[in-house]
Ligand binder design. Structure first.
Ligand code: GLU
Length: 359
């Protein structure tokens, strides 16, 4: 069975300075994907619908930026998909389009439908091309630049490698303009708060930054055991190099081992609507590793407002996400457990049947 690779291509990679699509670049990316398909099952998440729409209309008088973006995307998505499809057709590869929203991920039935459709397409050697359904996405729940959409889709499909292709070359240990000793970071073992600050020094040819959203996507992917590469789409053979793990862009090492979760587990750990966070100590972490329930004695902190049967994240004291589960108690009850000196013995906070860990 071939390994799965998900490639996300950002708008800046696909656009020209004159605002039009860069057809040569799209053709080149498709050529590389064709080669990658010899050793991987490939899923493509591509932005660029709004940019493609601008080739037809500008809507300069439209005051609402959201409506403008949605109108442009609805015009451009068909064009973008057609361009990809035509290039893939030259290699006799059939393409399939999927337009998804964050709401689709939160809804368990939609999640199941997306997962089985995409898996079916891959089994039949069809090339899935995914974008956000911009027309139906709300401002608050929009994926925006598709990095999160790519990471979620990747986790849902249990991929082996996530590649985020952008105009970002990398990021430095310090601001290279001020510190001549600043070095390009090549390997990231853990996404720390310091690293998030360093993102401000990310080097983006388009000057747009965007490394923060890449880090968040990489965080989600690596927690699900998926190594992640961020590379520049302007570098020759960027996808082929990424496929060989030889990219010059940063490589994010998986935090947990890749795990084969059930459909419910995969939905719970990636997409369910999380209402809060429960932090646990080392002893509880060890118990969870042994597939035991989470007991009140191991809880050290609680965040958010939730009721019993709500979905909550489980973090260790370093703030690393280790799982998701359905809580037996509200946040206020758990807060009491945390405060009291004599912790109640044997009280189950999350039962093992409703708890999914990432390690
Ligand atoms: N879904 C948007 C598009 O295709 C993504 C825009 C972006 O990457 O910023 O235009």
């Amino acid at each position: 069975m071939k390994k799965k690779i998900l490639i996300k291509v950002g708008t800046h990679v696909l656009g020209r300075d004159n605002g039009r699509l860069n057809y040569n670049r799209i053709a080149d990316l498709v050529d590389q994907i064709i080669i990658l398909r010899e050793s991987y099952q490939v899923i493509l998440v591509s932005s660029g619908a709004t940019r493609a729409g601008k080739e037809f209309c500008q809507f300069e008088n439209e005051k609402d930026p959201l409506i403008k973006r949605q109108m442009l995307a609805s015009i451009g998505q068909g064009r973008l998909f057609q361009v990809y499809s035509d290039f893939f057709r030259e290699h006799s590869v059939v393409t399939a389009q999927a337009l998804l929203t964050s709401g689709n991920f939160r809804n368990k039935n939609s999640f199941q439908n997306m997962k089985s459709t995409l898996e079916g397409l891959l089994e039949n050697n069809i090339m899935p091309i995914i974008n956000e359904n911009d027309v139906t996405s709300h401002k608050e729940s929009s994926f925006g630049d598709n990095d999160q959409l790519a990471a979620l889709t990747g986790a849902m499909l249990n991929i082996d490698l996530l590649v985020l292709v952008s105009d970002i070359i990398g990021f430095y240990t310090a601001d290279p303009k001020r510190d001549p000793k600043a070095k390009l970071i090549r390997k990231v073992e853990r996404i720390t708060p310091e690293l998030l600050t360093l993102c401000e020094n990310s080097l983006s040819e388009g000057g747009t930054g965007g490394m923060l959203s890449k880090l968040k996507a990489a965080e989600l992917a690596t927690q699900h055991g998926i190594p992640t590469i961020v590379c520049s789409g302007k570098e020759p053979d960027c996808l082929l190099k990424a496929g060989r793990l030889e990219s010059s862009g940063p490589y994010f090492t998986p935090v947990n081992e890749k795990k084969q979760l059930s459909l419910r587990g995969s939905w719970m750990t990636t997409s369910a609507d999380v209402k809060g966070v429960i932090r646990i100590d080392l002893g509880a972490e060890k118990a969870l590793k042994e597939n035991k329930s989470l007991l009140a004695v191991g809880v050290t902190g609680v965040e958010g407002k939730f009721n019993e049967k709500d979905v909550v994240l489980i973090q260790n004291n370093e703030g690393i996400r280790i799982g998701t589960g359905l809580t037996n108690h509200s946040n206020s009850v758990i807060k009491e457990f945390v405060k009291t000196k004599n912790k109640p013995k044997g009280v189950v906070v999350i039962h093992k049947n409703h708890l999914y860990t990432l390690f």
